[in-house]
Design a protein around this ligand. Structure first.
Ligand code: ADP
Ligand code: MG
Length: 262
């Protein structure tokens, strides 16, 4: 049975895509068969692997709402240059998701949060791991990602302002799990963009520890570095595959171990 992990955050630009693509790449390096699903219209997951998201004629959007256009979800799955690693891309088509689904709720989409889960059901167990990269906040795309998943990872940029909204987001995810009766584990919070020399980074971790109650805060922190800003653009691969001995890459390996994902 595939382990399906959604990577979420309340904000954009906090490292969701870098985290999702790094987890997917590391697991594929460890001989697991991995599918990376993008539900973010920005298509950053594809960009990370050197693809132009707009060139894909079939995407996650079609798996969710255009079932007539494709025979199975396999039509939206593409190989990458990396062995064992496959991608289901997203692009601008995904911007139409909410209008499409919410305007046809009664006649076409009685279960609006189950579209991704149902779409990937036939292929799900041909993978060891499926990692879902999501856009910021909580809405239809993230709801679909959660329903399709058995684990949810929340990314937190180590800074003061996101503390409250990150905890609020987890509270909402837990309510959603209850309401939808999901068999879904909230793995916990992964701190990103951490710089030990910056006081606010350390303060935000302390504050989160105090207020997070039973929510797990991973000990591993992903350091802030210039490496990730340039890697996808320069190499068309996630940094973990290009700089295997970098301290930041090591942090993602550490996280995989700490989260017992391998
Ligand atoms: P999100 O998916 O949450 O919008 P991204 O993963 O795309 O965030 O990251 C946003 C930007 O920050 C990208 O340019 C990315 O390369 C950069 N970035 C991500 N993680 C780090 C990090 N640990 N240190 C420095 N820059 C990072
Ligand atoms: Mg992203």
């Amino acid at each position: 049975m595939a382990v399906v992990i959604s990577v979420l955050a309340n904000k954009g630009g906090v490292g969701k895509t870098v985290t999702a693509t790094s987890i997917a790449a590391i697991l594929s390096q460890q001989s697991k068969k991995v599918l990376l699903i993008d539900v973010d219209h920005q298509g950053s997951a594809s960009l990370t692997f050197g693809f132009d998201p707009d060139k894909f004629k079939i995407t996650t959007f079609d798996v969710m709402v255009n079932k007539n256009k494709i025979k199975t979800a396999n039509a939206a799955i593409f190989t990458t240059e990396i062995e064992n690693l496959y991608i289901m891309p997203a692009n601008d088509d995904m911007t139409g998701l909410e209008f499409e689904v919410l305007t046809k709720l009664n006649e076409k989409y009685p279960n609006p949060f189950c579209l991704l889960r149902d779409g990937i059901a036939p292929i799900r167990d041909t993978y060891d791991y499926i990692v879902i990269d999501t856009p910021p906040s909580l809405g239809l795309a993230q709801g679909n990602a959660l329903v399709a998943s058995n684990k949810a990872l929340v990314v937190f940029q180590t800074d003061y302002l996101p503390i409250r909204s990150t905890l609020k987001m987890i509270e909402n995810i837990k309510m959603f799990i209850k309401h939808q009766k999901l068999d879904l584990e909230v793995m916990g919070i992964l701190g990103t963009m951490y710089d030990s020399r910056v006081r606010i980074c350390n303060q935000s971790i302390d504050e989160l520890k105090k207020t997070a109650n039973d929510i797990r805060l991973f000990k591993t922190l992903i350091p802030r570095t210039t490496l990730f800003s340039s890697m996808p653009a320069y190499y068309g691969k996630p940094a973990v595959l290009v700089e295997p001995n970098n301290h930041l890459v090591n942090a993602y390996y550490e996280f995989i171990k700490e989260a017992e994902l391998n």
